[in-house]
Design a protein around this ligand. Structure first.
Ligand code: NAD
Length: 469
């Protein structure tokens, strides 16, 4: 049975965890590939042996359907582990580079892949397992130790991870600390060799300020308002289904959920009709009765979303709009004809609300996107390459997806991360290994007099006639 009572760690426990992670790293035990491989295999077993427990925890925290947990958390986590196990030797081996002319004789130049050291991983509540295990795979593969701070906002998941990580992983190297802002602030007082934070931009600034005290490197996986631009000639049935999926998976509480739609007046009615059909196909006419549809994580987020829905000054609700506080339920909701400066267009919605903004044409859509912060993802729906390329070439975002939503997250060979306010650095696949590694430039020379003679041009007294640019 999972529990929602989360034991917050004390300052003394936090101190011990930070010291242990540092001492263990210094001991060197996490560096051999055999050790890393064993920990990764244990992480895989942890998921495999406890799938039902994890599904139960997410059902309790987010009313997540089993399939959403399997597709959105467990399969991607296992794939990250498999990828690391398959490529560990290749990623970790020294990379030889060709030396410059001046060093050509008797020299070996290489990049050594060294673990950054004792690291801190802070994760959020919306995909609590994948967003904790994903970075942890990178830390283990790279040979780092890690203190892991799951989100207190998803307590069942945090409890399961606390228990399972302690049972399956080396406790002297991978240690869970639970708590909220106060405990995380304490953790941030310590010197880390890398901090990997996933969450919102406001807290990211706190993390960055703390990291600055020790000049610690950072990966920041943040969010933003990810637009979906729809070409009026696109196949509206398929576009609507894929947008409905992206907006309602985990009840819209996904960092790369399409936040809003940009569409021309001419195409709007057809698109709304298809969206309505798509939501009904997914969750029937009353999504509250569907076991497949999730819930808002807690009262605070329910009120945040209800407020922005009910206080918006413009637009009309064309789909959904129902809310039920006792059930933390908000229906998949589409609001058409929203003004560009409406409240709905200020912050990332992070819930099942989909505002639609009318644009005159593709240039107008591009101008609007560029008037806002760079989003984590940008979705384009068009079969016209010119249309899609124009949007791609004239905008910036963490990722671009043409004719689908969310699915790029499953591509381990594509780096996952934001740009500007949507994040810094990236991970998944080899990028996760890189995030926790330092490429140590290494030059090894021999002491052979022949090599010495070949490099003598650098020594004074200089002979101008021998040197050409
Ligand atoms: P959250 O509230 O769980 O916070 C994330 C972490 O920060 C938690 O571990 C929490 O304890 C810690 N935290 C909270 N307040 C703090 C403080 N004052 N000082 C130090 N630490 C603190 O999750 P959230 O931020 O609500 O997550 C949602 C946001 O995360 C959205 O913006 C979403 O887009 C983004 N997100 C990004 C990704 C990504 O991969 N880029 C994935 C998921 C979510």
């Amino acid at each position: 049975m999972t529990s929602n009572v989360l034991h917050f760690h004390t300052d003394a426990e936090i101190h011990k965890a930070a010291e242990t992670a540092r001492q263990t790293f210094r001991s060197g035990i996490t560096k051999p590939l055999k050790y890393r491989r064993h920990q990764l295999e244990q992480l895989w077993r942890l998921i495999d042996d406890n799938t039902d427990l994890i599904i139960e925890a997410l059902k309790k925290d987010l009313h997540k359907h089993k399939n959403e947990t399997v597709l959105g958390e467990l399969v991607p986590a296992k794939e990250e582990i498999n990828d690391a196990l398959e490529h560990l030797e290749e990623w970790a081996k020294d990379e030889k580079v060709v030396p410059a002319l001046i060093n050509r004789v008797g020299v070996t130049c290489l990049k050594r892949k060294e673990p950054k050291g004792a690291t801190l991983i802070i994760s959020p509540w919306n995909y609590p397992f994948f967003l904790t295990i994903g970075p942890l795979v990178g830390a283990i593969a790279a040979g780092c130790t890690a203190v892991i701070k799951p989100s207190e906002v998803a307590p069942h998941s945090a409890n399961v991870m606390t228990d399972l990580f302690a049972r399956y992983l080396d406790n002297s190297a991978y240690i869970v600390i639970n708590g909220a802002a106060q405990e995380t602030t304490k953790l941030l007082e310590y010197k880390w060799d890398h901090i990997f934070y996933t969450g919102n931009g406001t807290v990211a600034k706190i993390i960055m300020r703390a990291a600055a005290q020790h000049l610690t490197s950072l990966t920041l996986e943040l969010g933003g308002k990810s637009p979906a631009v729809i070409d009026e000639h696109a196949n509206m049935t398929v576009a609507a289904k894929r947008i409905a999926f992206g907006k309602s998976f985990n009840a819209g509480q996904t960092c790369v959920a399409p936040d809003y739609v940009l569409i021309t007046a001419k195409a709007q009615d057809k698109f709304i009709k298809e969206l309505k059909k798509a939501f009904e196909e997914l969750y029937s006419k009353n999504p509250q009765n569907s076991t497949d549809y999730g819930r808002i994580i807690n009262n605070r987020h329910f009120h945040r979303l209800s407020k922005v829905l009910h206080e918006n000054k413009s637009g009309e609700i064309v789909i959904g709009g129902q809310t039920d506080e006792k059930d933390l339920y908000i229906a998949p909701t589409v609001i058409a004809n929203v003004d560009r400066d409406d409240k709905l267009m200020e912050d990332e919605l992070f819930g099942p609300l989909l505002p639609m903004i009318q644009v005159a044409d593709v240039d107008d859509a591009i101008e609007y996107i560029n008037s806002k912060d760079e989003p984590l993802a940008l979705y384009i729906f068009s079969s016209n390459k010119k249309f899609a390329n124009k949007v791609m070439d004239s905008t910036r975002s963490g990722a671009i997806l043409v004719n689908d939503t969310l699915m790029h997250v499953a591509e381990g060979n594509l780096p996952f991360g934001g740009t500007g306010p949507s994040g810094m650095g990236s991970y998944h696949g080899k990028k996760s290994f890189d995030a926790f590694s330092h490429e140590r430039s290494t030059m090894v020379k021999d002491l052979n007099p022949v090599s010495e003679a070949a490099m003598s041009v650098r020594y004074a007294p200089y002979n101008d006639t021998n040197l050409k640019v």
